[in-house]
Ligand binder design. Structure first.
Ligand SMILES: Cc1cc2nc3c(=O)[nH]c(=O)nc-3n(C[C@H](O)[C@H](O)[C@H](O)COP(=O)(O)OP(=O)(O)OC[C@H]3O[C@@H](n4cnc5c(N)ncnc54)[C@H](O)[C@@H]3O)c2cc1C
Length: 348
């Protein structure tokens, strides 16, 4: 018998965090309803889907989570992807740059215990056809990739969802924008960078937006390892290469900026000369970040309201970890499954 049997949970937000949590809670016996007015416009839907504990630790100097926890989170994707019947792309990731970059990344990877090995030019270029890597590369085979849209579709097929907005919470009732009232034992707010529910959970007020552009090319490498660069990456895909991503701090608008698009395309074109010839579609998503760079995952100070958010640029990577840990905490397990550092109440 699970402590979640029959618990009525409303989740606001059907992005990576809300959907993975809904799946974990429903599997454990909770009666879950996910509410989202526009799941296709979420940051999760435009993301590249890299599940990359090694290179997120090595290439993102501001990451605060630490390699060991990112690796644990990535490990949970094996089981979740298999359960949902959505494959993982296990081609791995290559970081390319100048000799000094490669030396610095190799040393950092060794320091944090992240498994990565140096490759010469021929071997690196063989792993991702079309790549030019004159200085060779650093390769991580545990960095994998999911298809976010396929994953969201699989998750949506497994959970009860409503196209509406949660506009408030009072005494065990979630208020929806269409006038519906949903009685619930818990409300979980997983609304990404949106702050409309800060009245229900004041801790959301610390979240800052980070706008990101990402490009979907009509050609480019169709298979092989993800290629990471000093700023940006190219993910091979049969549907056309995915080129990312910018980080515009403090920005929540969704305007496509031509100079940002050009910069991303130029950088990708330098690594893949053929990419200069194909057209690209630009998309924008907005990430949510906390001041300390760690997620918000756990109870709010508001009774019966919980938060899953603030995952910055690792929402897909962290989603199964946060989902399992929140499910365990909601079940009342004695062992704390959530890192205390993720507690939303750390922000007064
Ligand atoms: C360009 C780009 C590339 C990225 N690449 C990667 C990557 O490769 N790997 C990785 O791990 N992460 C990546 N990320 C980060 C990742 O996308 C985010 O961390 C993650 O999507 C956050 O998920 P979320 O569920 O918290 O929020 P979101 O995905 O933003 O979802 C929030 C949802 O809440 C809904 N909502 C808002 N208000 C309400 C309300 N009042 N009621 C109901 N619903 C509401 C919204 O409609 C939305 O669907 C990338 C992000 C961007 C922008």
């Amino acid at each position: 018998m699970s402590g979640l049997d029959g618990m009525r949970v409303v989740i606001a937000g059907a992005g990576a965090l809300g959907s993975c949590l809904a799946f974990a809670l429903a599997r454990a016996g909770a009666a879950v309803t996910v509410v989202d007015p526009a799941p296709d416009a979420s940051a999760s839907a435009v993301a590249a889907g890299m599940i990359a504990p090694v290179f997120e630790s090595v290439l993102d100097p501001e990451t605060a989570i630490g390699f060991d926890l990112l690796r644990r989170a990535a490990g949970l994707w094996e089981g979740l992807a298999a359960e949902l019947g959505v494959p993982l792309d296990r081609s791995g990731s290559l970081a390319v740059g100048g000799p000094d970059d490669l030396d610095r990344w190799t040393e950092l990877a060794a320091t944090i215990g992240a498994p990565a090995r140096r490759l010469g030019r021929t071997e690196a270029e063989r792993l991702t056809p079309g790549l030019t890597a004159p200085s060779g590369a650093l390769f991580a085979d545990i960095d994998v990739r999911i298809d976010p849209r396929a994953m969201l579709a699989a998750l949506a097929g497994a959970i009860a969802a409503r196209r509406s907005k949660v506009v408030g919470w009072s005494a065990g009732v979630a208020h929806l924008s269409d006038g519906e009232r949903l009685a619930a034992d818990r409300l979980v707010i997983a609304t990404g960078a949106a702050l409309d529910l800060a009245g229900a959970a004041p801790e959301l007020g610390v979240l800052q937006p980070i706008k990101g552009h990402i490009l979907r090319a009509s050609g480019g490498p169709s298979a092989g390892a993800v290629v990471r660069m000093v700023r940006g990456y190219v993910c091979p895909s049969r549907a056309g290469a995915v080129i990312g991503a910018s980080m515009e701090f403090g920005r929540a608008d969704r305007d496509v900026e031509p100079d940002v698009v050009r910069r991303l395309a130029d950088q990708a074109g330098a690594a893949f000369p053929g990419l200069e010839l194909v057209s690209v579609e630009a998309q924008v998503g907005v990430r949510a970040a906390t001041p300390d760079g760690l997620p918000l995952a756990g109870p709010s100070r508001t009774p019966d309201v919980w938060i899953a958010g603030g995952a910055r640029r690792n929402g897909w990577l962290l989603a199964p970890l946060i989902a399992e840990a929140l499910a365990s905490a909601l079940r009342g397990d004695r062992e704390p499954a959530l890192p205390a550092a993720f507690d939303p109440r750390r922000y007064g």
